[in-house]
Design a protein around this ligand. Structure first.
Ligand SMILES: *Cc1c(COP(=O)(O)O)cnc(C)c1O
Length: 377
């Protein structure tokens, strides 16, 4: 089954009880038991809900994993995955991970005795050098946000496996349609489904897929114990989003390539970062491990003032945090998504005041380019 078909025919197709082609929203918290302990697979909706279950089967299928899990947000998913570890354990992470990931590790989970080292996971030598006796996992984001740095998932996973470490990949930017980390050797893949998977700026959710029965059992125990689950309405919205993920990603990808090339040739733009440009050092690696370059472009207009000016003039790019929706969005990472990262650390990473990030939507690309053209001139 090809990826586009799998998004529609994967998991549990429709509703077995009624033949409904769309999985119903089982808006229910508890289930009647025939006798104590005698029930039809569901006892309480934190533990399991049929709508959430259908979504979990689908995401497991489209990520080629063993089992899927749905959470109330991407951060709930990431935090729950981290609860597979114990006080004293150490995890290596990509240095320019999503701001919220950096914050939860350094301000919350560190208080529970977990230890973290942030390195450029695009350089395998740095990953190797960061391994300690208590290291349990490598957590990768690729391409990163907002600098779009690329990590070789297969190379890290091979090294990690040799050391008995888990490889965890935040696959939000690429989506299961363009990149499948488990097929490349990763153990756990996770998504902020708020972004492309939901796809319409109307739901906050997180998804995780694991590659073994043991990890599935451990994560289900955490999901049920901690309880950061996704509700049935939002689970349904994600299944609806997944059905069109293929066509949306194709359109986004085509639009983004054209916009990146336009920006690259515009003199008001100092630098353009897009993995589909020849100037991007990760292009060949992206071609090896992914089926597209995605819809995220970062570019530098030189200063905070110029960035503000651009924002004020744009018509079709909505100033907003988040990404991955049908409508194009624009943000200034230093002031918005990455404001929780200390200023000196931002400077170290290269997240300058004039750096603008766009999430290319599926509007007509001619309108988008025209809009950027007028705002930059
Ligand atoms: C948004 C995002 C998250 C956090 O997800 P939420 O759904 O906002 O909690 C994690 N990782 C990446 C790459 C993201 O873009």
């Amino acid at each position: 089954m090809k990826p586009k078909t799998r998004l529609i025919h994967g998991g549990i197709f429709g509703d077995e009880a009624t033949g409904a082609v769309s999985t119903p929203i089982y808006q229910v918290s508890t289930y009647k038991q025939e006798a104590v302990g005698k029930f039809k697979g569901y006892e309480y909706s934190r533990t399991g809900n049929p709508t959430r279950h259908a979504l979990e089967e689908l995401i497991a299928d489209v990520e080629y994993g063993h089992a899927g899990f749905a959470f109330g947000s991407g951060m709930a998913a990431i935090s729950s995955v981290m609860m597979l570890f114990s006080a004293g354990d150490h995890v290596i992470l990509t240095d320019d991970v999503y701001g919220g990931t950096y914050r939860v590790m350094n301000k919350v989970l560190n208080r529970f005795g977990l230890e973290f080292t942030f390195v450029d996971t695009g350089d395998l030598e740095q990953v190797k050098a960061a391994v300690q006796e208590n290291t349990k996992a490598v957590f990768i984001e690729t391409p990163t946000n907002p600098l779009l740095k690329v990590t070789d998932i297969g190379a890290v996973a091979t090294f990690a496996k040799g050391k008995g470490l888990l490889t965890i990949v935040d696959n939000t930017f690429m989506t299961p349609y363009f990149q499948n980390p488990i097929s490349l050797g990763a153990d756990i893949v996770l998504h902020s489904a708020t972004k492309y998977i939901g796809g319409h700026s109307d739901v906050v959710a997180g998804l995780v897929v694991v590659n073994t029965a043991q990890l599935a059992e451990e994560l289900h125990f955490v999901q049920n114990s901690v309880g950061a689950i996704l509700g049935p309405q939002d689970s349904w919205l994600l299944m609806r989003g997944l059905k069109t993920l293929g066509i949306r990603m194709e359109e986004t990808n085509t639009n983004a390539q054209q916009i990146a090339e336009f920006l690259d040739g515009n003199e008001a733009v100092e630098a353009v970062i897009y993995p589909g440009l020849d100037s991007h050092s990760g292009k060949a690696l992206m071609e090896k491990q992914a089926r597209g370059f995605g819809g995220m472009i970062s570019f530098d207009v030189g200063s905070k003032e110029k960035a503000d000016d651009l924002l004020a003039k744009l018509k079709y790019f909505t100033l907003a945090e988040s990404l991955g929706a049908v409508e194009s969005l624009i943000s200034v990472p230093a002031q918005m998504t990455h404001a929780s990262i200390p200023e000196d650390r931002r400077a170290e990473l290269g997240i300058t005041e004039g750096l603008v990030r766009i999430s290319v939507g599926i509007e007509d690309v001619e309108d988008l380019i025209e809009d950027l053209q007028q705002a930059l001139s």
